[in-house]
Design a protein around this ligand. Structure first.
Ligand SMILES: Nc1ncnc2c1ncn2[C@@H]1O[C@H](COP(=O)(O)OP(=O)(O)OP(=O)(O)O)[C@@H](O)[C@H]1O
Length: 254
């Protein structure tokens, strides 16, 4: 099977004002379709760089990056990116935001409407289709961003701390929603987070990175059933043991 994502020998060095920083060092990574892979590690260890390279926003200094067997040379619609802060278009309605990517692809209006309606329903925003983004809470805006990305049906969803700016309760709710969406839609997810708990709860596999130069120092599969709800997973012995391992790896490099 062609892997969804494959990085081979990827190095990345930024040339900054205070000299060069090697953000990634000889990184090899293969992600199969349907995996939910989280990346954790101390601040500055290269998590965002890894995600931006897969997204095509950053060109690796060396090495190869492939998605579905094709070399990544820039951003593309099959790789949807969810940022930490929802970047909705303020002049469009909530539904207009979700339809935007489809409009760019010249999807006929009726089909666009129907797709937007379906995704707004999935993220619990069906009643807010005509609202303006500023009328939504932070958590609702983030749901809208997720609906907007999923509506374009990317095979790979890249998420850079999507819940980092939310309060704890909203975060838990969106975690559960994301897990259910992933289980239902069979997308491949690459998810960057600072939270060990979030990583082990949501993922099928957790990568721990060490800083300067950024390297993957632990690649741990998580034994959990996609159908399990998060409340069950929170107390599952396998998940708790995985969290311990990940935490130990993260603290060892501090
Ligand atoms: N545009 C840039 N120019 C120069 N250096 C950069 C740039 N972006 C990132 N870096 C450096 O590359 C390293 C990796 O950064 P990156 O943002 O990938 O880490 P991160 O693990 O996502 O960090 P955080 O958890 O704080 O978001 C850091 O040392 C950072 O200072």
């Amino acid at each position: 099977m062609t892997p969804r994502v494959r990085l081979s020998g990827v190095d990345h060095t930024y040339q900054g004002r205070s000299g060069s920083v090697q953000a990634l060092d000889r990184t090899d990574l293969t992600i199969q379709p349907g995996e939910f892979v989280s990346v954790v590690g101390a601040s500055g260890c290269g998590k965002t760089t890894l995600l931006r390279i897969v997204a095509g926003f950053v060109r690796a200094t060396s090495g190869t990056v492939e998605v579905d067997g094709d070399q990544v040379t820039g951003p593309a619609p099959e790789r949807g990116v969810v940022f930490q802060r929802p970047s909705l278009y303020p002049w469009l309605s909530v539904a207009g935001n979700v339809e935007f990517g489809l409009k760019m692809r010249r999807v006929p209006r009726a089909e666009r409407r129907e797709t937007a309606r379906r995704y707004l329903e999935l993220v619990g925003l069906a009643d807010f289709a005509d609202a303006a983004p500023y009328e939504l809470s932070g958590g609702m805006q983030q749901r809208c961003q997720i609906a907007r990305v999923l509506a374009t049906e990317p095979s790979t969803v890249l998420m850079d701390e999507p819940f980092g700016a939310l309060d704890a309760l909203t975060r838990e709710k969106l975690q559960a929603e994301l897990r259910a969406l992933w289980a239902a839609e069979e997308r491949t997810v690459l998810f960057v987070t600072h939270s060990v708990e979030e990583a082990v709860l949501l993922s099928t596999r957790v990568l721990v990175m060490s800083p300067r130069p950024g390297r993957v120092i632990l690649d741990l599969p998580i034994a959990s059933d996609p159908a399990d709800d998060l409340a069950t997973l929170r107390t599952s012995p396998d998940v708790l043991a995985a969290a311990e391992k990940v935490r130990a790896a993260v603290t060892a490099i501090h």
